[in-house]
Design a protein around this ligand. Structure first.
Ligand SMILES: [Zn+2]
Length: 261
């Protein structure tokens, strides 16, 4: 089963990524936040109290047996900006803006926040390098997944064929209707493959973010990809969904850390 329960929390893990990394996409269960952020909200800018978010973060790190001080997280801005993390972010330091983070430092936990956008976890077991990506439609049309794989190749000599990739819980094609402006951006970015990722249903266009990101990863040579096939908008007991909850919701956490240290 891909879901693991621990200390009243629950997380999704990718079988493909194996046990050389600590990896988790936490559901919204087991935290202290009230509605509409109930209950394991990690979003610091959604109206929930700072105390709740800090307690929720503590529960996540405790559950996995890792230090909160190992965190490297960013201010996610729907860009294609990639950061190389060489040391944790001191908890009293401001976040840098980025939507992909990469490290080979086993004392760092890469950490991001989601509510429908796609979490993509990357692991190169040969060079012991990890990456974490936040890809909504903007990041996807900017090909941030492909750029992050290329960044790992440049920085660490990673071979894309060695990289294992997990495409995590996020809004599925069934729930993701987009407007004409976004359709145009997708077609501009994906060209002839636009047909594969855009689906007309009853006069609306649905965008398949999972297939789109899988295409981007395969185009740069990634061969081992696991798609969670879990739609956030389909299961509000487990996930925060910006779309399904009209923006009044929290953010769930995804993280990855090299195990050897
Ligand atoms: Zn759905």
């Amino acid at each position: 089963m891909p879901f693991v329960e621990i200390n009243g929390l629950e997380y999704y893990r990718f079988d493909l990524l194996g046990n050389e990394v600590i990896q988790a996409v936490f559901t919204r269960k087991g935290g202290v936040s009230p509605q509409p952020w109930a209950s394991l909200n990690l979003g610091g800018t959604v109206g929930d109290s700072r105390e709740n978010v800090i307690e929720n973060r503590r529960r996540i790190f405790d559950a996995l047996g890792i230090e909160v001080e190992s965190i490297f997280d960013v201010w996610q801005v729907h860009s294609d900006k990639i950061l190389l993390s060489e040391k944790p972010r001191p908890l009293d330091h401001p976040h840098e803006k980025a939507d992909a983070i990469v490290t080979n430092n086993p004392s760092i936990t890469l950490f991001m926040r989601f509510a429908d956008c796609v979490p993509i976890l990357l692991f190169d077991p040969v060079h012991q390098v990890i990456g974490l990506i936040h890809a909504g439609w903007k990041g996807t049309v900017q090909k941030i997944a492909a750029k992050t794989v290329q960044f790992m190749a440049q920085q660490f000599n990673s071979s894309p064929a060695d990289i294992l990739a997990g495409i995590g819980p996020s809004i599925g094609v069934d729930h993701y209707i987009i407007g004409d402006d976004v359709v145009q951006e997708v077609n501009k970015s994906f060209g002839s493959q636009g047909k594969i990722v855009l689906h007309p249903v009853n006069g609306s266009i649905h965008f398949d973010l999972w297939s789109a990101n899988e295409i981007l990863l395969r185009e740069v040579g990634v061969k081992s990809i696991q798609v969670a096939q879990v739609c956030t908008a389909c299961d509000l007991e487990r996930w925060f969904s910006h779309r399904a909850e009209q923006g009044k919701t929290g953010r769930f956490a995804a993280l990855i850390k090299l195990r050897k240290s």
